[in-house]
Design a protein around this ligand. Structure first.
Ligand SMILES: CC(C)(COP(=O)(O)OP(=O)(O)OC[C@H]1O[C@@H](n2cnc3c(N)ncnc32)[C@H](O)[C@@H]1OP(=O)(O)O)[C@@H](O)C(=O)NCCC(=O)NCCS
Length: 322
């Protein structure tokens, strides 16, 4: 049977940095409040690149870290909620930028869990032996859909991209992977789309932004993370204590601390870069995995856990031998 292996990772964050002090000039907030409630100090926000540009930079780095090139790719999947266009998708723009062959390329929307969904789909595609080399990317420019007069959301969100190249392997590297959704909580975290038309009228539309009920999302997140990691541990028969590292979605440092406490996992096993990244949505997990690899915190053959949650509600995770 064919299994899936991570061949390489890459990430990209814009150079333009917004500090807590910058935000305190435009909404009623402070560095002390943001730091103590979220752990975020700085967040990258692009001013002159689009989502496919961020995805391209991350994908280039991921490919460079492998011995395959863009022409070897059999499939591209991009997780995003902030594409350059509504159509075409970011995956097709990325296919052109990379000079990939005429292969399938598509976007998926599972909000901040999107990268785990992409990994789950790609893993099954490789196992089916229909595809060998798959590029998966999480890329988002949340600053495009953030209301910078809403202090409940604008202090959290950021822009970035992370990528992973996957290939076939005889050994089972993805020890367990599971994704979930629950569609009865849509208004906890959502953004309006096009209004319905009545009698062919075209009403003027106010620009839509992300809206969030922060404390309810917090409660969901601190439930979803332990739930997922426990399920993965059960499926893989790998104790959470035996994981080298846990790379969680970087949404709020307090969420990560709560989850670690309830799972009795020491904080030095929880990868954390939120202080300088903010919440980059679908990019958060692959950026964090790439940083763990680049900083040697995650080495070849070590087994790590990853977990994410987001709008939908969606959530999921994986236990992987790197
Ligand atoms: C948003 C979040 C940081 C708010 O922290 P909190 O401790 O839950 O704070 P609350 O929402 O209970 O608000 C507490 C007070 O702080 C205020 N507040 C909210 N944002 C603020 C800000 N940026 N600066 C200062 N005060 C703020 C609120 O208005 C409220 O004031 P009140 O008590 O006078 O009504 C937190 O709920 C959170 O991180 N939720 C999860 C969000 C998330 O992860 N979303 C993405 C999922 S992928």
């Amino acid at each position: 049977m064919t299994h899936t292996k991570i061949l390489g990772t890459g990430s990209y964050m814009p150079n333009h940095i917004i500090t807590n002090q910058d935000l305190a000039k435009i909404v009623d907030t402070s560095d002390a409040w943001i730091t103590s409630r979220t752990g975020i100090k700085n967040r990258p926000m692009t001013i002159d690149e689009n989502t496919s540009d961020l995805a391209y930079q991350a994908a280039l780095k991921a490919l460079e870290s492998t011995d395959i090139s863009a022409e070897d790719l059999d499939l591209i999947i991009v997780a995003t909620i902030t594409g350059d266009y509504v159509l075409p998708g970011v995956a097709q723009l990325l296919q052109r930028k990379l000079g990939a062959r005429m292969i399938p390329a598509f976007d998926i929307n599972a909000a901040c869990s999107g990268f785990i969904y992409a990994l789950d789909i790609a893993d099954k595609m490789i196992q089916s032996e229909a595809y060998r080399h798959i590029l998966i990317v999480g890329a988002d420019i949340l600053s495009k859909i953030t209301d910078f007069s809403d202090r409940n959301t604008c202090v959290l969100f950021a822009d970035g991209a992370g990528a992973m190249v996957l290939g076939p392997s005889k050994e089972k590297h993805i020890k367990a992977i599971q994704t979930f959704s629950k569609g009865d909580q849509e208004l906890l975290l959502y953004m309006d789309s096009y209004p319905l038309k009545k009698n062919f009228e075209t009403p003027p539309q106010a620009r839509p932004f992300v809206k969030m009920q922060g404390s309810d999302v917090f409660k969901f997140a601190v439930w979803a993370m332990p739930y997922t990691l426990n399920k993965l541990s059960e499926t893989s028969q790998i104790a959470l204590d035996d994981l080298e590292l846990i790379v969680a979605h970087q949404a709020n440092e307090r969420i990560i601390r709560y989850a670690a406490k309830s799972l009795k996992i020491p904080m030095d096993k929880m990868f954390m870069n939120i202080g300088k990244t903010g919440n980059t949505s679908a990019a958060s997990v692959p950026i964090a995995i790439d940083e763990a690899v680049q900083s040697n915190r995650l080495k070849r053959n070590q087994v790590f856990g990853t977990v994410a949650f987001g709008g939908g509600l969606t959530w999921g995770g994986a236990i992987i031998k790197y």
